[in-house]
Design a protein around this ligand. Structure first.
Ligand SMILES: Cc1cc2nc3c(=O)[nH]c(=O)nc-3n(C[C@H](O)[C@H](O)[C@H](O)COP(=O)(O)OP(=O)(O)OC[C@H]3O[C@@H](n4cnc5c(N)ncnc54)[C@H](O)[C@@H]3O)c2cc1C
Length: 512
């Protein structure tokens, strides 16, 4: 089959790009699960934008750079912040209902933001509302179609450029070649790499694995943000208890009921996420507990139910009434700052291949993401990638796949365990080397009729290897990457960079 533009992923970045692309060509958006199954759908806290009277672009830029710990790309951050208001305007025109009071947006406050600048919708279901509006807008465009339950496994290449992709159709169990002038990877994050994660099951790092196999540059993959407060109920998925709870006054206590954040950081509960995550781990160790407690019960009960309806209901289902008691929480992998390296137009190092959203590494988050900047990244860089792809000329509908038909023998659960233990919140050389050894000695095999889980496992193993190699190379602690054997930060901020067939190195990015 042949289209002008192929978009892989139906989250905020993919849908935003597709809307621009549909102005000038046929667009197919594929998603490997139901269209609604994405991180976008689960985003609670909101979308950051400098719109309130006491805010301005330079404050939002400054907070983003501060969180990024020396590794943000200045031009990427400028683009994010300055184009934010126009993209929000667009979302409003397309029917997004952000929460308002007396004709004004309600602006939430989140950790490491110096101003209240987080727009939210439905209290705590911002992502769902944005995705709904984008989907409705997309569905009204005649050039644009969606295909669900189709997992892209590989890219098609001709003369060194990407000319399409191979999708595994889970309903017919067949592989379909889709030819296109350009392909956008908008496959989201890789949280499923870890035993504890807030990410949905689709977040298996596919875009990074797929791009790496055709030789694209992958950068800063070692920078993983661990969210400090995922609900800790043994045997249940780690449901996120948004940062906005702490923004609104929720308190962290250890299992003995004592507040502790003042002992770790001056900003206490609103310190950067990596600091809060490490503080919780330290407190868990000190009290020999499996979790700490997040307490909002001092706030008005009716207000809690109205401000955080989804969180309140979900906790209640698990037997925890947030209006009366504290919730058990534990850190969980939440966001990958690195990924497929792109320029500010979403172009990767491979012609014809673009990336936007969480899968991409534009440098907008540096070594650590400022809360609620990623939905914004999706609309800003999704739109930019869409614009740039329009310039790709038509190509003959040819191309072949190449690469790796072998699959790792290691099971998904084993990979997740390895990642959590060796490449988790606090890392050291011995632990990282154990991960690499287990992957390299884990063995590979051929599978006659591979299915989605096999393709995902192949990507999880590839991405874990890239994370581990970069984490080992980076002998310092910075942002989301913390080495117990190298706790200090080096003077020179360097990015990790790797391409297939080359060793991981640390480099400076040219000023763009
Ligand atoms: C619980 C939770 C809460 C969050 N809260 C916030 C918040 O309040 N504010 C904020 O800014 N950010 C938040 N984030 C982060 C933010 O939601 C994500 O970074 C962002 O939505 C990513 O958007 P995306 O378009 O890049 O990818 P996603 O929204 O994850 O979409 C990925 C898409 O790619 C598809 N896909 C993946 N692999 C393949 C494949 N091989 N073939 C075909 N399709 C594929 C998936 O099916 C899906 O459609 C949160 C994340 C989580 C998990």
């Amino acid at each position: 089959m042949s289209v002008d533009f192929l978009v892989v992923g139906a989250g905020v970045a993919g849908m935003r790009a597709a809307i621009t692309l549909a102005e000038q060509g046929t667009v197919l958006v594929v998603a490997k699960d139901a269209i609604e199954e994405s991180s976008t759908e689960y985003a609670q806290g909101g979308i950051a934008v400098a719109l309130s009277d006491d805010d301005n672009f330079s404050l939002h830029v400054q907070d983003t750079l501060m969180a990024g710990d020396g590794l943000c790309s200045g031009p990427a951050v400028e683009a994010l912040v300055k184009e934010g208001p126009a993209r929000i305007d667009e979302l409003l025109r397309w029917g997004t209902n952000f929460d308002m009071e007396n004709g004004h947006f309600v602006m939430g406050r989140e950790g490491a933001h110096s101003r209240s600048r987080v727009l939210h919708a439905g209290g705590d279901s911002t992502g769902r509302e944005i995705a709904r509006a984008l989907y409705e807008k997309s569905s009204s465009l005649k050039n644009l179609s969606f295909q669900s339950f189709a997992a892209v496994t590989d890219l098609l290449m001709e003369d060194g450029r990407v000319t399409g992709a191979v999708a595994y159709d889970q309903k017919t169990k067949s592989r379909v070649h889709v030819h296109a002038r350009a392909v956008l990877l908008a496959t989201g994050g890789a949280g499923q790499l870890f035993l504890n994660t807030t990410n949905p099951t689709v977040a298996t790092g596919d875009g990074i694995g797929i791009a790496y196999r055709v030789g694209a540059e992958v950068s800063d993959a070692e920078f993983i943000q661990f969210h400090p407060t995922a609900l800790f109920i043994p045997g249940r998925p780690r449901f996120l208890l948004s940062e906005a709870l702490r923004g609104e006054g929720a308190i962290l206590r250890n299992v003995n009921g004592d507040r502790f954040m003042h002992r770790y950081h001056a900003m206490e509960e609103l310190a950067p996420r990596d600091v809060v995550s490490r503080s919780i781990i330290a407190e868990m160790a000190a009290t020999q507990a499996t979790h700490v407690l997040l307490d909002l019960s001092h706030k008005d009960a009716a207000w809690i139910r109205q401000r955080f309806p989804t969180i309140y209901e979900t906790c209640f289902k698990f037997g925890i009434d947030l209006t009366k008691q504290a919730a058990p929480v534990h850190p969980a992998a939440h966001y990958i700052m690195g990924g497929v390296r792109t320029n500010l137009l979403g172009q990767t190092s491979v012609p014809g291949l673009y990336a936007a959203g969480e899968v991409a590494c534009t440098g907008v988050h540096g070594a650590n993401r400022l809360a609620s900047n990623s939905l914004l990244e999706g609309v800003v860089f999704g739109a930019r990638a869409g614009e740039a792809m329009l310039g790709e000329a038509a190509k003959p509908a040819t191309g072949r796949t190449f690469g790796d038909e072998q699959f790792p023998l290691l099971e998904r659960e084993r990979l997740q365990q390895l990642a959590w233990e060796g490449c988790g919140i606090a890392r050291n050389a011995a632990g990282i080397e154990r991960v690499l050894k287990a992957i390299d000695h884990g063995g590979r095999h051929n599978i006659a009729s591979p299915g989605r889980r096999d393709y995902e496992r192949r990507n999880l193993a590839t991405v874990l290897r890239l994370v581990a190699k970069a984490a080992l190379k980076r002998e310092e602690s910075r942002g989301g990457h913390y080495r117990t054997d190298f706790p200090a930060k080096l003077d020179e901020p360097l990015h990790s960079s790797v391409r297939r067939g080359q060793a991981t190195k640390l480099i400076s990015w040219p000023v763009s």
